[in-house]
Design a protein around this ligand. Structure first.
Ligand code: ACO
Length: 423
């Protein structure tokens, strides 16, 4: 039979044919194989979900071997060149790019939900001056759920839309507030006359006494493009956290806080911060061979290299490299760039990295740009969380409307003691 898989269970001699659909078989079909009638049935064992599709999705397509990334079918390169972040966020959530009137309504709704409740300031005051920005972001996104009780109506489309406007609108405000808290600076309110990234940079950097402050348009555009590149990446660890918590029907603020926590890890969104620390630790081009030696001896990882899905150059990393040139024309070159370029050159000509298909990922160069723009290292992952919010929400929205999805609950293989008795 075409497009099917025949499996024979040699324990019982039983053979079955299973349909192959979209390049997969249904894991539940394996349960048909039982040693005896009271046997649970066969499981597939897949630690870290290396080869398990947990959902069907229409949002983001990645071909890791070819280095392809598309949102709703559109190549990331074209979106980065021709559209702004808010249009791309609309695309991720709605499936199509917005018409002019759809865009106006969308950007109006996001803009008019950028204010946060005044209580947020008191809440932030509770954090110590040296609290990590990601810790503050996780907590303040979770705290939003305490303000919006209507968010529990997750099967009401109107309510879902409202929470989406709020989360996309308020995350930059929270990010800027927590930065200003850490610096002991007064908070700057959002300004409805400004575009999303311009408003964010203004809330971050505007000196309170300078009423004419405007961020450089080149930097606004560069950040906006970086936001497009970071907006979604299908079923990565944080999107899976979003879907996993969402599958319990928790409100979207609690889900987004969980996703933000997953992003915090140095193997995921925390890598951009780690790359900078690594480059600073290397300090000069002469020390690169020593770093490479230690990486090969498995004493450390080359942060910003490697990816679970890409086994080729991350297409986002190419675009980030171009943005770096534009930013450095305004800010002056980041001294770490030369070390990064040389590190990449050496790694990409070394058999160790070639044989393991280790290429720079999106985070290898993004931190160098953020640093040149004036952002402190520990806020880099926050700059990832702001745009990823639209991707997380698109994944959450899709999951809630997918009749095949239930509460996420993996199985385990129990390998502990058999029953024993307390002496
Ligand atoms: N430096 C050195 N060696 C590496 C690296 C690296 N950055 N990444 C993978 N390897 C090696 C592993 O040691 C392993 O070697 P082995 O086969 O001899 O055991 C092999 O390559 C395969 O690596 P895995 O860890 O099995 O790959 P996995 O898909 O599980 O991990 C990950 C992907 C987590 C991204 C990994 O490459 C890594 O830790 N990279 C550094 C952190 C980083 O940059 N993360 C950002 C990812 S992009 C993002 O989240 C936006």
């Amino acid at each position: 039979m075409a497009d099917s898989l025949s499996i024979k269970d040699n324990r019982t001699g039983k053979s079955l044919d299973f349909p192959i659909q979209d390049g997969s078989i249904q894991a539940m079909d394996l349960r048909e194989f039982k040693k005896s009638s009271d046997d649970f049935g066969l499981l597939s064992y897949d630690p870290s979900y290396m080869n398990t599709a947990s959902c069907k999705s229409k949002i983001t397509y990645i071909d890791g071997d070819k280095g392809i990334l598309r949102y709703r079918g559109y190549p990331i390169e074209e979106l980065a060149e021709k559209r702004n972040y808010l249009e791309v966020a609309y695309l991720l959530l709605n499936g199509e790019l917005p018409s002019k009137s759809e865009y106006e309504e969308w950007s109006h709704n996001i803009t008019y939900h950028t204010m946060v409740h005044e209580n947020t300031k008191q809440f932030l005051e509770g954090f110590r001056y040296d609290a990590h920005p990601m810790g503050m972001l996780v907590s303040s996104i979770a705290a939003l759920s305490t303000f919006y009780h209507d968010a529990k109506n997750i099967f009401d489309e109107h309510s879902r839309k409202l929470q989406i406007y709020r989360l996309i609108g308020k995350t930059p405000t929270l990010a800027a507030y927590l930065y200003r808290h850490s610096q002991g600076l007064p908070y700057i309110y959002p300004n409805n006359d400004l575009y999303y990234t311009e408003d964010f940079l203004t809330m971050m950097w505007k000196p309170p006494a300078n009423t004419s402050y405007k961020p450089d348009p080149v930097l606004v555009k560069a950040l906006d493009t970086l936001f497009i590149l970071h907006a979604d990446h299908e079923q990565n660890a944080s999107a899976s956290a979003m879907r996993g918590v969402g599958s319990t029907h928790a409100d979207p603020y609690s889900c987004a806080a969980a996703a933000t926590a997953a992003l915090y890890g140095p193997l995921h969104g925390g890598a951009n911060e780690e790359v900078l620390r690594m480059l600073e630790e290397i300090g000069s081009k002469e020390k690169i061979p020593e770093t490479i030696r230690q990486v090969k001896e498995k004493k450390k990882l080359l942060m910003g290299f490697g990816h679970r899905v890409y086994k080729n150059y991350d297409p986002r990393a190419r675009i980030v490299k171009k943005i770096a040139d534009q930013v450095f024309e305004i800010t002056g070159k980041n001294r770490l760039l030369d070390i990064a370029l040389e590190l990449e050159r050496i790694a990409l000509s070394d058999d160790y990295f070639i044989s393991k298909h280790l290429y720079p990922n999106v985070d290898f160069y993004s931190g160098i740009i953020y640093q040149a723009m004036g952002f402190p290292e520990d806020i880099f992952t926050v700059l990832f969380a702001i745009p990823r919010m639209s991707g997380w929400l698109a994944q959450w929205n899709e999951m809630l409307q997918d009749p095949e999805q239930k509460i996420a609950r993996p199985r385990q293989l129990y390998v502990g003691y058999p029953e024993r008795h307390v002496p």
